[in-house]
Design a protein around this ligand. Structure first.
Ligand SMILES: Nc1ncnc2c1ncn2[C@@H]1O[C@H](COP(=O)(O)OP(=O)(O)OP(=O)(O)O)[C@@H](O)[C@H]1O
Length: 400
């Protein structure tokens, strides 16, 4: 994600100013279906940028967080620009509860400053000449709230973001983590209908990020707005999101509850961020047969139809490493070339590549330093990654 360019000359990061009602012509009677019915977000967009096309639909019920994940260039920022209104899709409809922000068929396109979007970007982008308190009060002041009540409300938001004692400080006197908390208070104080979190922790150092993640968890848990979180960090999705949507090349490749998507990945990208091994092929009973004719035996965790695309998923912890095919063992034995070794807590993560299983067969095994030493392992060694069938979960690839 790139930094947002919304400078401090824009009220509340492009949010609708507090108390400002949406334009009456864009207020629709409630309609059935999707998240919009419940006051949530319902969006479907098709947006071209040069050679790239983003085409998706998504919904977020009120109070829920949707994490958008995906490799670089997948279209995550583009989705946010469509939601904020800074780029107009060729086709689409975006609704928040009974407000239509975009309907290309009906020629409705509510401008950014009239959409109720609260944005927390990578960097806080506070007004440098204002105190933290006045930064938070700014949106309310700009929409006509008098100084005293605006400051009172701002102080309450600072308290909720655990920065109540920092109200008198200027941004230059705040740490990165403190400034980001104040920016969160500012985004929430604008009373947005939709909260967008654009890599909100990626610019924080390793000490500040976990604390801010914890704060976001508490604050998001208390509020009723739908929230879209773009992140590269799977931990953000695990801690903060109810639902996950994985984008690749402008399309949704996986979606569902965070727990389901990350425990049963369907794509190599999701498996990698979830820290799992994935081999894809076609289902044949309790086996996944790879395009190169290999079979991986496992346990079916979601019913598959013979011949349909299926994934075999297993944890690096379940892998044992052998210098040759383990004899007489009911294990899958996958020939790999060791391409990397790195410490991971008290184990060593071994990275292996195999040509025999398929294009995405980069696999990991977590073994003890003692085992690495005993095997005398070196990069480029040819070994076998062995995994018991009971440790391999088989599920269909379609239907995400
Ligand atoms: N203004 C633009 N004009 C043309 N193409 C663009 C423009 N902005 C983005 N793109 C292209 O759109 C695609 C999606 O970009 P986008 O920034 O949405 O991806 P992303 O998932 O946010 O990536 P990252 O994780 O690297 O931030 C890329 O191929 C990018 O080159």
């Amino acid at each position: 994600m790139s930094d947002r360019t919304d400078g401090p000359d824009r009220a509340t990061d492009g949010s609708r100013r507090a108390g400002e009602a949406p334009a009456p012509s864009q207020v629709d009677p409630p309609e059935g279906g999707e998240a919009g019915e419940h006051g949530g977000l319902a969006a479907e967009v098709r947006l071209r940028r040069g050679e790239f096309t983003l085409e998706l639909s998504c919904g977020v019920p009120p109070g829920e967080v949707l994490a958008v994940l995906g490799p670089n260039g997948a279209g995550k920022s583009t989705l946010l620009t469509a939601l904020t209104g800074s780029v107009r899709p060729e086709h689409g409809r975006i609704r928040l509860a009974n407000h239509t922000w975009l309907d290309t068929r009906r020629r409705i396109d509510v401008p950014t400053h009239r959409r109720g979007v609260g944005l927390l970007a990578q960097r806080a982008m506070l007004f440098p000449h204002l105190t933290a308190l006045d930064n938070v009060a700014f949106g309310m002041r700009a929409s006509g709230v008098r100084t005293k009540p605006a400051r009172r409300a701002a102080l309450e938001w600072l308290r909720r973001t655990e920065t109540g004692d920092l109200g008198d400080r200027k941004p230059a006197e705040l740490s990165g983590g403190q400034a980001q908390r104040v920016a969160l208070a500012r985004a929430l104080a604008a009373d947005p209908e939709l909260l967008l979190l654009d890599e909100p922790l990626s610019a924080l150092d390793v000490a500040a990020a976990p604390a801010m993640r914890g704060l976001l968890h508490r604050v998001l848990g208390q509020q009723r707005r739908p929230c879209v979180l773009v992140t590269h960090d799977v931990l953000d999705a695990v801690v903060l999101a109810d639902q996950v949507l994985v984008l690749d090349r402008g399309a949704v490749v996986e979606r569902g509850s965070t727990q389901r998507v990350l425990s049963r990945p369907r794509t190599a990208f999701t498996a990698r961020i979830a820290g799992l091994n994935l081999i894809t092929g076609t289902a044949t009973g309790e086996t996944v047969r790879t395009p190169r004719g290999r079979a991986l035996h496992g346990s079916v965790v979601e019913p598959t139809t013979p011949g349909e695309p299926a994934a075999a998923v297993f944890s690096p912890k379940a892998v044992a490493v052998y210098p040759s095919v383990p004899e007489g063992s009911p294990r899958n034995a996958i020939p790999v070339r060791v391409v990397g070794m790195e410490p991971l807590g008290d184990v060593i993560r071994l990275r292996g590549e195999t040509d025999s299983y398929g294009p995405e067969a980069a696999l990991a095994a977590d073994i003890t330093p003692a085992a690495v030493a005993e095997l005398g392992l070196r990069i480029e060694d040819e070994v076998f990654f062995a995994v018991k069938a009971t440790e391999v979960a088989i599920h269909p690839v379609s239907g995400g």
